[in-house]
Design a protein around this ligand. Structure first.
Ligand SMILES: C[S@@+](CC[C@H](N)C(=O)[O-])C[C@H]1O[C@@H](n2cnc3c(N)ncnc32)[C@H](O)[C@@H]1O
Length: 205
């Protein structure tokens, strides 16, 4: 149903625009994903080139990758988030091209990216396109929430947007899994903290 609506009326766009307008202050202070920052040395060793941040939000992960030297393409359905990322990138003179895109209907260029980042967004239809979009040697950082009693926004979030335990291990058969874990970003985690799956995978050829 949602896929037939013009993108400006898409419920996800309306909902996320409202959230980004309400939380500007808090959002600005959010650090990049720990799954990325904990692999800084690996990222620094990678030849630089295009990186892709799917559902980038206001771009905490795009900004981090651009600071490491990648040319970042960032997309999100929320025009509020994309505008904010453009402003942040311009102010810091960072090479980030941010645009509004509904990823439900998107195709991705094949063999283009040295790094793809997908944090806290889940569109299973995109899995084959994500692995095809990496170039040989390219890395995929994928983090998304797991089903379970402490899943975020319990009762409101569609369970289709939550991963099954172990699901990411089978999601990208063309990639080599370098690391995988399930848990919380923080260790030890505060009680009731939602659990996520964390994947780092590489395309070898
Ligand atoms: C939890 S936020 C994660 C943002 C960012 N990846 C981060 O880690 O800060 C989820 C993002 O998915 C975006 N989103 C939701 N549905 C989308 C769609 N169909 N196409 C593109 N982006 C979408 C939202 O606008 C929101 O910015």
């Amino acid at each position: 149903m949602a896929a037939d609506l013009p993108d400006r009326e898409h419920p996800d766009r309306v909902r996320w625009n409202r959230r980004y307008r309400e939380r500007e202050e808090r959002d600005r202070a959010r650090p990049p994903s720990r799954w990325l920052t904990s692999h800084r040395r690996l990222l620094l060793k990678l030849p630089k080139g295009p990186a892709f941040d799917l559902a980038c939000g206001t771009g905490r992960n795009s900004l981090y990758l651009a600071r490491l030297g990648f040319e970042v393409e960032a997309v999100d359905i929320s025009d509020v988030a994309v505008d904010r990322l453009r402003t942040r990138a311009a102010r810091r003179k960072l090479p980030i091209r941010a645009r509004v895109l509904n990823l439900e209907n998107a195709g991705l260029p094949r063999g283009r990216y040295r790094v793809i980042v997908n944090v806290n967004y889940l569109e299973r239809k995109l899995f084959p396109a994500i692995q095809a979009a990496l170039r040989p040697g390219g890395l995929l950082f994928f983090v998304s929430f797991l089903k379970g009693p402490s899943a975020p926004l319990r009762g409101r979030l569609n369970p289709d947007y939550l991963l099954d335990p172990g699901e990411l291990l089978r999601a990208f058969p063309a990639l080599e899994i370098l690391e995988y874990r399930e848990g919380t970003a923080e260790a030890p985690a505060p009680p009731g903290k939602p659990r996520s799956a964390f994947l780092l995978a590489r395309k070898n050829k």
